[in-house]
Design a protein around this ligand. Structure first.
Ligand SMILES: Nc1ncnc2c1ncn2[C@@H]1O[C@H](COP(=O)(O)OP(=O)(O)OP(=O)(O)O)[C@@H](O)[C@H]1O
Ligand SMILES: [Mg+2]
Length: 414
């Protein structure tokens, strides 16, 4: 008798954990190299971005001629290859100039990954100095302007010609608005302060409204040059996927119909290569978990649903407590007016022994949550009683319950 099997009521039963582990080790994997589908992977071949690669390279060519390039703003919808292309160009330039006499330093930071402006500047500053001297850019304690002064001195000291790439720069605009410091202005004009060396700023953004929110002085400086990344077509996405598949999966496990569906689903809106690659990875995982020997259309569809649900869950769990209570209030008083939702919210506060917020604040919070699409609002005219706004949940109540169940305060409400 197999040691892992036990006789229960006359039936041979295999331990469920052992079964899963055995299937995972003995079952064949559909993946050849999962890493290839991870968002940090840099593919050798960058398809359909020749123009963009040329433009970004051209913008930085002055560096090779020992001159300062113009500041540059790179734009385009999510998943159109902006980060990939800019990083590839930086790598190639760095490779080319590594032994040159003209000191060039290319720095990269993603503003979305930083929670504070201070953190972002420290991250950039540390890339300017030699290893072991990180203390010059401590993780706390300096004023923003002092960090900035230190960045300028580090550049001057070695006469560095620097390029600061700030990816997702729209988040920097947010960090700046929180601290009220005009770092944008200082960064874009830093060059004028430098006695030696230079600083070029490359901003990357997928938020097309971001420009309108900038101070005109900053904008004119930052967008000395602009490069727009166009959207991929469904066919281009399909070709990008076809390349990736060769390295990611063992041969012939992807049903051609599934590939078409994946490209179509990601190409529909604006041709988002990231979404396409993510869909493929999740579909592959679902198919593998089921021990299926092929990835089929149905796996792609289910992957899409799962990703949608995961996105909603992440959004829900990251809300502070009162927003969560309010979402539950909308759920309980689904389709009701703001006033009724407020009553429902107050009663939830009472049950959970939380001090309730004012109706004015709650109304404001409702609008904020509405912007994320988790709830939807509709103005309803009520004749002589004027008008009111009614709110309803746009997602499955079970998703909300699952997302909030970890929160101890909410446990009893679910
Ligand atoms: N032309 C391409 N060839 C191969 N892979 C690509 C191509 N374009 C994008 N990708 C892949 O798609 C994913 C998204 O690309 P990237 O991160 O560059 O998008 P992005 O424009 O920076 O998006 P966001 O604005 O959301 O940051 C990455 O995994 C990248 O490797
Ligand atoms: Mg990017």
């Amino acid at each position: 008798m197999d040691r892992e099997e036990t006789l229960v009521c006359g039936l041979m039963v295999k331990d469920p954990i052992d079964k899963l582990l055995d299937d995972a080790t003995s079952g064949k994997s559909l993946f050849k190299n999962r890493e290839v589908l991870h968002f940090t992977f840099m593919p050798e071949l960058v398809l359909h971005r020749d123009d963009e690669q040329k433009k970004v390279t051209q913008a930085l060519i002055p560096l090779l001629k020992k001159a300062r390039p113009s500041n540059l703003l790179v734009y385009g919808k999510p998943g159109t290859g902006k980060t990939l292309v800019v990083k590839k160009v930086l790598n190639k330039i760095q490779e080319k100039v590594k032994d040159g006499s003209f000191p060039i330093q290319l720095l990269y930071a993603n503003a979305k990954e930083e929670t504070t402006l201070y953190g972002l500047l420290i991250k950039l500053g540390r890339q300017l100095i030699e290893k072991g001297r990180e203390k010059e850019f401590p993780t706390t304690g300096l004023s923003i302007s002092e960090v900035f002064n230190r960045i300028v001195s580090a550049i001057e000291k070695n006469g560095l010609n620097t390029v600061f790439v700030i990816d997702e720069i729209d988040y920097l605009a947010e960090l700046v608005s929180k601290t009220g410091k005009d770092v944008f202005y200082s960064l874009t004009r830093a060059n004028e302060r430098l006695k030696k060396g230079s600083l070029t700023l490359i901003g990357i953004s997928n938020d097309l409204t971001f420009k309108e929110r900038l101070d005109p002085r900053v904008l004119s400086s930052l967008s000395e040059e602009e490069i727009v990344f166009t959207n991929y077509t469904v066919n281009q996405i399909k070709e990008i996927l076809t390349e990736r598949i060769k390295e990611a999966f063992i041969p012939n496990v992807l049903d051609p119909a599934a590939l078409n569906l994946c490209a179509a689903m990601s190409g529909q809106e604006h041709g988002d290569a990231r979404r396409a690659i993510d869909l493929l990875r999740v579909a592959g995982e679902i198919a593998e978990r089921e021990q299926s020997d092929m990835i089929k259309e149905d796996h792609i569809r289910r992957a899409s649903l799962k990703m949608e649900e995961d996105k909603e869950t992440t959004a829900l769990t990251s809300y502070p407590l009162h927003e969560k209570l309010l979402i539950l209030a909308v759920m309980k008083a689904n389709g009701n007016s703001t006033g009724e939702i407020y009553q429902s919210y107050k009663s939830l506060c009472k049950t959970t022994r939380q001090k309730d917020l004012t109706q004015r604040r709650v109304t404001q919070m409702l609008s904020e949550i509405e912007m994320t699409g988790l709830i939807s609002g509709k103005i309803v005219h009520q004749g002589m009683h004027g008008r009111t706004k009614k709110f309803a949940l746009t997602l499955n109540p079970d998703t909300v319950k699952k997302a909030f169940k970890e929160d101890l305060v909410l446990e009893d409400l679910l």
